[in-house]
Design a protein around this ligand. Sequence first.
Ligand SMILES: NC(=O)c1ccc[n+]([C@@H]2O[C@H](COP(=O)([O-])OP(=O)(O)OC[C@H]3O[C@@H](n4cnc5c(N)ncnc54)[C@H](OP(=O)(O)O)[C@@H]3O)[C@@H](O)[C@H]2O)c1
Length: 186
Amino acid sequence: MRFDGAIAVVTGAGSGIGKAAAVRLAKEGARVILAGRTLSRLEGTAGEINNLCRREAAYFFQTDVTKESSVQELARYVEGNFGDLHVLVNNAGGSAQTRILETPEKVWDDVQAVNLKSVFLVSKELGKIMAAGVKKEILDKRNRSIVNIASLSGHQAGAHIPHNSSTKAAVINFTKSLALECLHSG
Ligand SMILES: NC(=O)c1ccc[n+]([C@@H]2O[C@H](COP(=O)([O-])OP(=O)(O)OC[C@H]3O[C@@H](n4cnc5c(N)ncnc54)[C@H](OP(=O)(O)O)[C@@H]3O)[C@@H](O)[C@H]2O)c1
């Protein structure tokens, strides 16, 4: 199995793409920590995964990825209970449908926060655990990855989703910056 022994965090894992990614990682051998705001969704997904894998493969931690303090709590939970991290999927996100001329400031700010700021905050806090893990490995180096879920609209702007298109384009560029900075951390 490709992720045997790996520890993974998936944000927004209570539904949709995040849930599918968490299921797949667990089926491939990883222990997966599901992060999101709605406990009932996380609990449901964890139950489904554990039944499917017939082992304790999924854990969950209530997190608002737009809040630094909440993300720091998630990092403390991961470090305290698992001691390392190999895969991070920054999936949590959201959008709205509005025309630029009618977009309220709060709608703009909310989409920026959940799609872009969250990727920065979670990569920063959980990236520290990954970087520390690399330093602890002497001979047997494991593969580690941060996967940021962007969107086609980050490449090609869509009408009425200016907030989504702009954040996803920024996520694509942020991912390149992250890759350059982490190049030598393994
Ligand atoms: N579906 C598509 O067609 C599509 C296309 C391109 C890109 N994407 C991207 O793929 C990702 C997942 O999309 P999806 O369609 O699977 O959406 P979804 O089913 O609405 O899932 C989004 C998840 O993010 C979580 N979330 C939202 N705000 C959060 C916050 N502040 N803190 C923590 N978790 C939060 C939600 O859970 P809670 O509300 O419980 O927190 C939810 O589980 C997004 O980044 C989206 O932009 C989707």
